[in-house]
Ligand binder design. Structure first.
Ligand SMILES: [Zn+2]
Length: 171
């Protein structure tokens, strides 16, 4: 950059470049910003749980209306101008929820209730850690990732006021 007489740095104009027709990068000097699209879909389901090694009320069996907000990110849009059709995301994730975890007891795999409830024929979903909001958020991130959706963030609301969030570095 050439120094100006007044010694103030020259204002660098932003420059856009279009990669592969649709991916847009934004450069400000040597700093590059990637422009992305985000879409989110909400899912609601009921579950029961309790936490091991916990000193509070959540050590008791109880239930929640869990609310999941799953966010996908893409630098490009498909031929319809979408990151993904909301209906496809709904069908895939909601189908898994209904088949696997809705109205189900979610327990730590080491919970002493597991063999008791199995003997009673109760449907269970077991985690290798406590069924906390944090572990639900991670579970749904991994689920969407395993379905090859470009998931970037998951929020899991255990109650109206308590939310855990999970995301992984994109690059
Ligand atoms: Zn709870």
């Amino acid at each position: 950059m050439t120094a100006r007489r007044d010694n103030k740095p020259r204002r660098r104009e932003p420059a856009f470049c279009k990669d592969q027709f649709t991916k847009i990068s934004f450069f400000w000097g040597s700093v590059a910003f990637h422009l992305s699209y985000f879409i989110s879909r909400e899912f609601v389901f009921c579950y029961g749980h309790r936490l091991l090694n916990h000193g509070g009320k959540c050590a008791r069996l109880h239930g929640h209306n869990g609310r999941l907000i799953l966010t996908l990110r893409s630098d490009t849009l498909d031929g319809q101008g979408m990151v993904l059709d909301f209906a496809e995301l709904k069908n895939a994730i909601d189908d898994w929820i209904q088949r696997t975890i809705d109205h189900t007891m979610v327990l730590h795999q080491d919970d002493s209730l597991v063999p008791v409830l199995q003997e009673q024929g109760e449907p269970l979903f077991l985690m290798d850690g406590n069924p906390t909001a944090e572990n639900f958020a991670r579970l749904f991130f991994k689920l969407a990732d395993s379905m090859n959706y470009p998931v970037c963030r998951v929020q899991f609301w255990e109650t109206e006021k308590c939310c855990a969030e999970y995301h992984e570095e994109w690059e």
